[in-house]
Design a protein around this ligand. Sequence first.
Ligand SMILES: *Cc1c(COP(=O)(O)O)cnc(C)c1O
Length: 433
Amino acid sequence: MTQQFRVPLLDLKGQYDSIAEEVRAAVEEVLESQQFILGPKVESLEAAVADYCDCGYAVGVSSGSDALLIALMTAEIGPGCGVITTPFTFFSTAGAVTRVGARPFFVDIDPVTFNLDPRKVQTFIETECRFSREQGLIHRQTGALVRAIIPVHLYGQCADMDPILAVAAEYGLLTIEDAAQAIGALYPSTETGAEKHAGTMGDYGCFSFFPTKNLGGFGDAGMVTTADSQLAETLRVLRVHGSKPKYYHQLIGGNFRLDALQAAVLLVKLRYLDAWVARRRQNAFYYDSLFQGSRLSHDGLVTPPHAVWESVSSRTSSKLETVTPGISSDKLTSDGRKSTSQRHVYNQYVIRAKNRDELRLYLAEQGIGTEIYYPLPLHRQECFASLDYKQGVFPESEKAAAETLALPIYPELQSAQLEYVVEKIKAFYAARA
Ligand SMILES: *Cc1c(COP(=O)(O)O)cnc(C)c1O
């Protein structure tokens, strides 16, 4: 049979072509100004991101990894400190913790959302730590002072923040959100009954504008958000080697500056972000509907949760409710309050699949690009061997690493391409039935 389609995991060219003129004009402006580091373009982007996310302050930095690093530095987390996070994430979430000299404490994920499981965070604290108001939270075996939690909004879906923030408040921990994959994602907060943006619920929100993220630059770039003006100022000072005024250093920072060229490109792209996210969500719902009603679930294929959190007014503990794709979750609750829902922005559309590696090879032969995010959980990485985590200690993360596969989901995909992907997945399992 002749190959009908080529469906790459991601193709940025179509998106670029659609905005090329505007981007070129914005870049030209920077070239004419010859101001390449920080400056007015970066300030405009910071204001635009703070406005988009509805938060106090946004500080542009050199990458998402540096956003995590500088947030940890601003929080004065360093040697002797510990940070609770997920082992099922991109490397830099935990890499940043070790870069500042602190120790990551991994806690397993929720198997439905792939995000940090708040109940397991609570269990970790209760069984492995001791707490007093005077001393804070101490990890018994290592003596580390646990200072923070880093939840990751993996694939573009918010971690269950209410219980995470509650645990953080109970034990005096900071919350640093790794929102690298989740700009524009929403989570219903109990506080106001309204949705809150990913990256604005904790003390710091860390964003990446790596080209493959939903808002991607033409190179590396990142952002840290915070509601606190003092923290924003410290972030700005640490970004330029801790210099304030120029050439006088009270703090030791680094070069975490954002380029004006990246800011110019991102300012143009930010205007299209919601439209692109809407297309990603449409694609996700279309995949869901194509998978639905097939025998694929019998073959061990699980589609990602398109979930809303139960209405905040009625829920006592957060619980996921999976809804039919396309059905608005913006409904009234029994007491008449508007129910709030979360918005998954689908930076990745990730399935669980039986015989995942074989399926991946087969799809590659059919011209379909896929990726595994991530094949080896962080607690099993060689560089973290000294942390002494054994195989099997985080079964959900290990299972996810062995079963998950990201399918093409980018906004410019045509429905025929999505149909082709699902058709080929069905063919793969049919041949094995
Ligand atoms: C991309 C990513 C980062 C790092 O961002 P960079 O801009 O590539 O440094 C951190 N955490 C997560 C979850 C990511 O997906």
